[in-house]
Design a protein around this ligand. Sequence first.
Ligand code: ATP
Length: 227
Amino acid sequence: MLLEVSGLETFYGASQALFGVELSVGEGEVVALMGRNGMGKTTTISSILGLVRGRAGTIRLGGKAISGMSAHRIARLGIGLVPEGRRCFPNLTVRENLVAAARKGDWTLERVNALFPRLSERRDQYANTLSGGEQQMLAIGRALMTNPKLLILDEATEGLAPVIRQDIWAAIRKLKSEGQSILVVDKTLSELLPVADRAFVLEKGQTVWSGKPADLTSELQDRYLGV
Ligand code: ATP
């Protein structure tokens, strides 16, 4: 497995948010992390990235324990995040944003531009003048420029127009076909499940279900994900 999370417990001060999360992502897999609001998806991702520190459990990337490492070091080991609410440098152009993120590897400006032709069209525009969808594409492009072994998308399509959402899902499918490992959180199950190889469901900070999307029956969806 590329990423293996086991028995993860994370606290915010005295308040426990994760109570034993189990999660794994294999090489080239797209894995969905699901659960209702407040069940611990973002906290799990923050723990993997070293942004908050787990108090118990293990997190391994490529077999190497990364729990306790600084966020900076974990990022350099090959985890690229597309954060909720997309964070780009507003006063840099599209091209400058991408170049600023670049690390040695297969991803180049040309390759990002081929994945998202809109970014190529807007290369000299300041990031703060882009539409929400274009900013999201830029956030994904920035994460890819770091050549991540694992790409993590946290609500990457939230609040975007349907046409743009489709562009983003098309890009995710393309990345998958190229063997990119991806962990994805998204509320739109009808778009997420067809792309995912496996899924994990969190409830109250614990993994309560994992398996293939086809086995996540509508009864299970109602139980764990219904409103
Ligand atoms: P959403 O879909 O709403 O983003 P989520 O599944 O990502 O939800 P988390 O944001 O991980 O859930 O929240 C898990 C629990 O941790 C919740 O009870 C939440 O209130 C709590 N929590 C999250 N962030 C903090 C924080 N910075 N300080 C204290 N408690 C927090």
